[in-house]
Design a binder for this molecule. Structure first.
Ligand SMILES: Nc1nc2c(c(=O)[nH]1)N[C@H]1C(S)=C(S)[C@@H](COP(=O)(O)O)O[C@H]1N2
Ligand SMILES: [Mo]
Length: 199
C-alpha cells in the first residue's frame, strides 16, 4: 500500500492553505441531503455512460483491480469548515478515462450517486490529476456516512462536488446542474474565488 503513487493536490502547497471565509476543524462533519441512501453494497455497480463509444459497467472487483493511487488533499466545505491533510486511496479519474473512448462532443461529466443525487463538472475539472474515486481515507475504509463504497474526491472545488455513494458517471455535451447546483449553490465552486452560491 505504501508503494502506491502519491499525488499531492496543489492547494496543499499554498503558504496559506485556508481559503477566504473558511475556518479549520479537526473533526470530519457528516453532511448530505436527506436520509442516507440504503442500497446493497454487494450488488453495487459503477456505470460509465453517455457520450462514450461503448458503455461500461464495473463491479466492485473490477474497480478495485485497477491500478490505485493515493491523493493528499484539503477539504473545503461551503458551510465554512475546512479539514486539512486528508489521504485518499482509490482510482484516479485519469485511470477511468482509459476504460472508454469518450466522444469528441463530450464536455461535461454528470456524476450519479445513490438516492438520485447528481453533481456536474467540466471534463477539465473531472480529469485533473488529483481527482479520484476513493474507498479509503487515512488508511481506513471510508465509513458508510462518508460515502462507502465509493466517493468522488475533487480537491480543488468545494466539497459538495465530492459525491458520496457514487454509482456512475455520464458524459454529456450540455451542462446539467446537479442537486446542490440547482438549489442555490454555484455551478463551479472554486473555494479560492468564493464561488459559494449562485444568487
Ligand atoms: N450523494 C451525496 N453526496 C454528497 C452530498 C449529498 O447530499 N449526497 N452532499 C455533499 C456535500 S454538500 C458535502 S459538504 C459533502 C460532505 O461530505 P462528508 O459528509 O463526508 O463530510 O458531501 C457531498 N456529497
Ligand atoms: Mo456541503
Amino acid at each position: 500500500m505504501d508503494d502506491l503513487p502519491l499525488t499531492t493536490s496543489p492547494d496543499t502547497q499554498r503558504k496559506n492553505r485556508v481559503p477566504p471565509g473558511q475556518r479549520l476543524t479537526e473533526k470530519w462533519p457528516v453532511l448530505h441531503y436527506g436520509a442516507m441512501p440504503s442500497f446493497d453494497p454487494a450488488r453495487w455497480k459503477f456505470t460509465i455512460s453517455g457520450l462514450v463509444e461503448t458503455e461500461r459497467v464495473l463491479s466492485d472487483t473490477d474497480l478495485t483491480s485497477l491500478p490505485q493511487v493515493q491523493v493528499f488533499s484539503d477539504i473545503h466545505c461551503v458551510t465554512t469548515w475546512s479539514r486539512l491533510n486528508n489521504l485518499w486511496q482509490g482510482v484516479s479519474t485519469q485511470q477511468i478515462r482509459q476504460l472508454v473512448q469518450i466522444r469528441p462532443e463530450a464536455e461535461f461529466v454528470i456524476v450519479h450517486a445513490a438516492g438520485r443525487f447528481t453533481t456536474n463538472l467540466t471534463l477539465d475539472d473531472f480529469f485533473q490529476p488529483d481527482v479520484l474515486l476513493a474507498w479509503k481515507h487515512d488508511g481506513q475504509l471510508i465509513s458508510p456516512e462518508h460515502g462507502y463504497p465509493l466517493r468522488l474526491v475533487v480537491p480543488r472545488l468545494y466539497f459538495w462536488k465530492s459525491a458520496k455513494w457514487v454509482t456512475g458517471i455520464e458524459f454529456t455535451a450540455q451542462d446539467r446542474p446537479g442537486f446542490w447546483e440547482s438549489n442555490g449553490y454555484h455551478n463551479h465552486g472554486d473555494p479560492w474565488k468564493e464561488e459559494r452560491y449562485s444568487r
